[in-house]
Design a binder for this molecule. Structure first.
Ligand SMILES: *[C@@H]1O[C@H](CO)[C@@H](O)[C@H](O)[C@H]1NC(C)=O
Ligand SMILES: *[C@@H]1O[C@H](CO)[C@@H](O)[C@H](O)[C@H]1NC(C)=O
Length: 422
């Protein structure tokens, strides 16, 4: 954005404080500011931008002060304004208020702030939490002095410098989760998929990551028409470390935070069949016996396998003497939950399994509740995503040029996955 000098003037135009970032404007140029402003005040519409012989003033009037940016080169004015507002916000966080008094009382810390947030006219960190960690001059009315960790000046507010790992590793988890609700007539009421990309970053220094993503998600970000697609991404949200303006092509590049964080999240708009469908029948053979017949079908591609499938089938409260038959896995009666829990370790796409559970009803006059709780299914399908989202490549760029181990995992799992008895 390239800001040459930042001034803070009192209401009469007297300079209280200034910071010259580029040394490319004459010191006396600021003397033109108040006359220009006065000339403008005769006009009906006042502009926050004034010009004087090749120099531009962008200003904000705040309390009894003018915050004025002097710009020499072609600059992004919107960015300069947002920088000035951020500056005001930061000083208020430091001194409670920004006015002539508080400026006079806090020259030293203000200069430090102005040094930290700008470098040669380009904004650096303006995250006041990070600033407070390394600007620790005692200020008057300083609201709270945060303890001072060993953070040195950096340009990335979400990542401190000097991180060191013996083994440089990067783990990426692409996780999609399905909420399903099917009513007793077999109608799908809810079939929603949400997804996220989680990262665990153990990388030294200031690495720049470049990830290649499959195109569909990037199309969604750029909101190009996807009307005819059967699956489309919605509500795509990136972590603050990813600048959307940096999403070129099929790559995103960013400096990641250290440790674990969520890189992006999204929802899918899709009308696919439930990944695991459930059919059920409850048969009362006599007044003393009840049978539950459950069939589950894996309706995903045959090359994938669901792991640790767990089907929870609610049963009546006062049942005993269970007899189970299953085509796979193990079923058990869990009286605390009033349910049969049926666990299957491997459930490949395209396959079906059955559970047959018979109980004795302990009290003869048990009235069946009309409203049965729904059957619940838990599962995990590794190496599989509904969206087809893929991390196509990962590049770690760091000045010390180390090799990093990278690992990507894909998982689709149940969210709230409920199927009513038929
Ligand atoms: C799935 O259900 C959970 C729990 O009700 C909810 O927090 C989550 O937002 C739902 N996901 C979607 C994609 O609607
Ligand atoms: C995206 O990454 C690929 C592979 O590194 C590279 O060939 C391509 O030039 C990159 N595109 C952009 C716009 O950075």
């Amino acid at each position: 954005m390239s800001l040459s000098v930042l001034y803070i003037l009192d209401i009469n135009g007297t300079v209280l404080l200034f910071r010259d970032y580029r040394g490319d404007v004459d010191k006396n140029v600021i003397d033109n500011f108040i006359p220009l402003l006065n000339k403008q005040e005769n006009l009906e519409i006042t502009s926050p931008i004034l010009h004087h012989e090749g120099t531009t003033f962008a200003y904000i009037k705040f309390n009894d002060l003018y915050i004025v940016s002097v710009i020499k080169k072609n600059a992004n004015v919107a960015l300069i304004f947002s920088f000035m507002y951020k500056f005001i916000q930061i000083t208020i966080q430091y001194f409670d208020k920004l006015e002539e008094e508080s400026i006079k009382d806090n020259f030293v810390i203000l200069y430090e702030l102005l040094d930290e947030i700008m470098d040669f006219g380009y904004p650096q960190t303006t995250d006041s939490n990070v600033l407070q960690t390394y600007i620790f001059q005692k200020s008057y009315k300083l609201k709270k002095i945060v303890s001072v960790p060993a953070v040195v000046t950096n340009v990335v507010s979400w990542r401190p410098e000097g991180i060191k790992y013996r083994r440089n590793e990067l783990f990426i988890d692409v996780i999609e989760s399905v909420n399903l609700s099917v009513n007793s007539k077999g109608a799908i009421l809810i079939n929603e998929v949400s997804g996220c990309v989680k990262m665990k970053v153990h990388l030294s220094g200031m690495p720049q990551l470049r990830l290649g993503l499959s195109d569909k998600i990037l199309l969604a970000i750029n909101s190009y028409g996807l009307g005819q697609e059967s699956i489309s991404f919605e509500d795509v949200k990136f972590h603050q470390c990813v600048q959307l303006s940096r999403i070129f092509d099929k790559n995103i590049s960013f400096i990641p935070p250290d440790g674990e964080f969520e890189l992006l999240s999204y929802r899918l708009n899709t009308d696919i069949k439930p990944l695991i469908s459930v059919e059920s029948r409850v048969i009362k053979n006599s007044y003393s016996r009840i049978e539950y017949r459950i069939k589950i079908s894996a309706q995903f591609k045959t090359t994938s396998i669901a792991n640790n499938v767990e089907v929870t089938v609610p049963v009546c409260l006062d049942v005993d003497s269970p007899v189970f038959k299953t085509s796979a896995g193990i079923a058990s009666h869990v009286p605390e939950k009033s349910a049969v829990v049926w666990k299957i370790k491997y459930f490949p796409g395209g396959s079906e399994h059955f559970l047959y559970a018979q109980f004795k009803l302990s009290s003869i006059k048990t009235e069946e509740k009309t409203e049965r709780a729904p059957i619940q299914v838990k599962f995990r399908i590794p190496y599989f995503t509904i969206s087809g989202l893929q991390i196509k490549f990962i590049k770690v760029i760091e000045k010390s040029n180390y090799k990093a181990l990278t690992l990507v995992r894909y998982t689709t799992k149940n969210g709230e996955y409920l199927i009513s008895f038929n």
